[in-house]
Design a protein around this ligand. Structure first.
Ligand code: HEM
Length: 292
């Protein structure tokens, strides 16, 4: 029996069954409880909040030159020995998340953002540390002065009556987490593939085979279901399908293209450690030593 079954969560796998589940009007993303998060609701409220987030994300399509330059600067500063998570994936995903919100994000912020993953605990959110991190970031962002970008756009949407108070409080963190966590995991895993295998793959092939978000949760008449994304659906499907997939792919093109050049002459990978989250698949650390 796997971890999902032990918690009374059914598993849907196989591409056709997953496509069907993700398009099914009989399944919802709303676990009940009236969350203001875009991820945990459906219907008009979901469409309204998602519309605001989509407008924000569109501001990064195509990826602005300043964001490309920030990503290239991260890879340019790697040197000949570095950790794929700490030195590559984390600052790249952090730079893009910072551009999405339009505010600088320091290491303390990113640490808390990573801890909020526990808040998305599919087994009932028992990790209070994760919830505390999400709450702390929501309060911090609500007090942060912001220039042009997502946070200012969310505040403008609130002022225009498009978001209520609770939606304005929570969705900046939801957006930051969505932009950060899967990209962090994707970039690190893809970096490991580049470092370990000589066969080049496109960024889309990499994201499909790595599939950093392994499942999405849905709720039906018979209880919760974990719908697998590993059969070719890395960005999900249906009304919650990732609205940031274009940004994620562009970010991957720039970061992985620059990394591939750096690793062109060969490298060694040591101390590969994996995270153990049931949904978010990612590396904890991997040391790369570039051949000189
Ligand atoms: C490789 C990187 C990424 C992967 C694999 C990924 C994957 C996903 C998946 C599977 C969902 C659907 C969740 C569900 O159905 O419950 C999702 C939702 C979402 N993603 Fe992404 N994502 C990535 C990067 C990004 C980026 C860079 C952004 C923002 C710029 C973003 C913003 C969002 C938002 C706002 C949602 C919520 C949409 C909704 O609930 O309607 N994602 N993502």
């Amino acid at each position: 029996m796997d971890e999902f079954e032990r918690h009374g969560i059914g598993v849907v796998s196989g591409r056709d069954a997953c496509v069907h589940a993700l398009r099914s009007p009989g399944l919802t993303s709303d676990p009940g409880g009236g969350s203001p998060s875009v991820l945990l609701r459906d219907g008009d409220g979901h469409a309204r909040v998602r519309g605001v987030l989509r407008e924000i994300i569109a501001g990064l399509e195509p990826l602005p030159d300043s964001v490309r330059a920030a990503i290239e600067a991260v890879v340019g500063g790697l040197g000949t020995s570095f950790d794929l998570v700490r030195d590559f994936a984390r600052p790249v995903a952090g730079a893009v998340t910072s551009a999405v919100l339009g505010v600088p994000l320091d290491d303390v912020f990113l640490d808390h953002l990573e801890k909020t993953t526990a808040n998305l605990d599919v087994f009932g959110g028992t990790d209070r540390a994760g919830q505390a991190s999400a709450f702390r970031l929501a309060v911090q962002l609500s007090r942060t002065p912001a220039g042009p970008g997502g946070l200012t756009a969310l505040r403008a949407a609130h002022a225009a009556g498009r978001l209520d108070d609770d939606e304005l409080m929570l969705n900046p963190v939801v957006l930051a987490h969505a932009a950060y966590e899967n990209s962090l995991n994707f970039l690190a895993c893809a970096g490991l593939e580049l470092a370990s295998s000589p066969t080049p793959k496109s960024v889309r092939e990499l994201v499909t085979s790595i599939c950093p978000a392994r499942y999405v949760l849905r709720f039906g008449p018979d209880g919760p279901l974990a719908v697998s994304l590993t059969d070719g659906l890395p960005f999900g499907l249906g009304s919650h399908a990732c609205p940031g997939s274009g940004v994620a792919l562009a970010e991957g093109e720039v970061a992985l293209g620059a990394l591939a050049k750096l690793l062109d002459g060969g490298c060694q990978v040591q101390d590969v450690r994996w995270k153990s989250h049931p949904v978010f698949h990612g590396l904890a650390s991997a040391q790369v030593v570039v051949s000189v």
